[in-house]
Design a protein around this ligand. Structure first.
Ligand SMILES: N[C@@H](CCC[C@H](N)C(=O)O)C(=O)O
Length: 279
């Protein structure tokens, strides 16, 4: 099976062209291909499929085999994939996801896409829709008991659930311990992605992420958007922020006219290969 390994600021996935044929047993496939010792290695797999309502459809499976509704970094790489492989010659591409249709604005340089701006749509803060179990309409700076003490969490969905914890400094945060614990906290019916964020200024945030189904990753696009939304909601930042992640930077902008979130960042192809299925 042919594949392309790509990353969006080091959030790496294995991309499979399913325009004609879709492999079977996708959860198992994601688990085995994502393995960094016995597979290709990645944070999961992403399928590029035909769509009846948009130019293309994206499906994403985490490294543990769970299917997610949306992937920010992945959507930018899908934009690069479809343009660079000649599946489209458009600079504005619509992408169907399980979280709705997203619009990709491709930035082409010397015939190839090097960065993409994604209209991520409106963030969701209603606890019922996220979903998160909490005794209020929104969960903002809510105290949560953990084995490391009480943390304050703000819940946001960017098509997938995120819990954002603001800290004074990222230096002393046990991202793996606390991330794992909060991902599966009973407040989240579908588990959640957990962001730990430090505010550097009203326009700059540094963030680490523990992703649902993949563990700590180098970056998370939906996570950066959710963090920017939570930071603005709690009066910490304005409408435009740079989010620094372990793998690079994302520019996040909230358009006050339509409340949509726009994410801009790089998309990179690493290598192509042919995979021999193990199961
Ligand atoms: N890395 C992604 C998000 C991938 C899905 C996530 N782990 C989930 O289960 O919701 C991004 O860049 O947004």
């Amino acid at each position: 099976m042919k594949f392309t390994k790509m990353h969006g600021i080091s959030n790496d996935y294995i991309y499979i062209n399913c325009m004609e044929v879709t492999p079977e047993r996708l959860s198992e496939l994601s688990i085995e291909m994502s393995d960094r010792h016995t597979g290709v290695g990645g944070d999961g797999i992403i399928l590029i499929c035909p769509s009846e309502v948009a130019d293309f459809k994206m499906r994403i499976f985490n490294a543990d085999g769970s299917e997610a509704k949306m992937c920010g970094n992945g959507s930018r790489c899908v934009g690069k994939y479809v343009y660079d492989y000649g599946l489209t010659d458009k600079n504005v591409v619509t992408l169907e996801t399980l979280a709705g249709i997203k619009t990709l604005h491709l930035h082409v340089n010397k015939g190839k896409v090097d960065s993409v701006t994604v209209d991520m749509g409106e963030p969701v803060t209603s606890v019922r829709e996220i979903p998160v179990i909490y005794n209020n309409e929104m969960m903002v700076n809510a105290p949560v008991d953990t084995s490391c003490g009480v943390v304050e969490m703000t819940a946001v969905s960017m098509g997938n659930p995120h819990g954002v914890v603001f800290v004074d400094s990222l230096d002393n945060v046990d991202v793996h311990g606390l991330g794992r614990e909060l991902e599966i906290h009973p407040m989240w019916p579908d588990r959640a992605n957990i962001e730990f964020a430090q505010i550097n200024s009203p326009s700059e945030i540094t963030m680490r992420v523990w992703e649902r189904g993949s563990g700590e990753t180098m970056a998370c696009g939906t996570g950066a958007c959710a963090t920017a939304v939570a930071a603005a909601l709690t009066g910490r930042t304005g409408d435009r922020v740079t989010v620094h992640l372990l793998g690079g930077d994302l520019e996040i902008y909230r358009n006050p006219d339509d409340s949509h979130i726009y994410m801009t960042g790089g998309a990179t192809t690493v290598f192509e290969g042919v995979y021999e299925r193990q199961s």
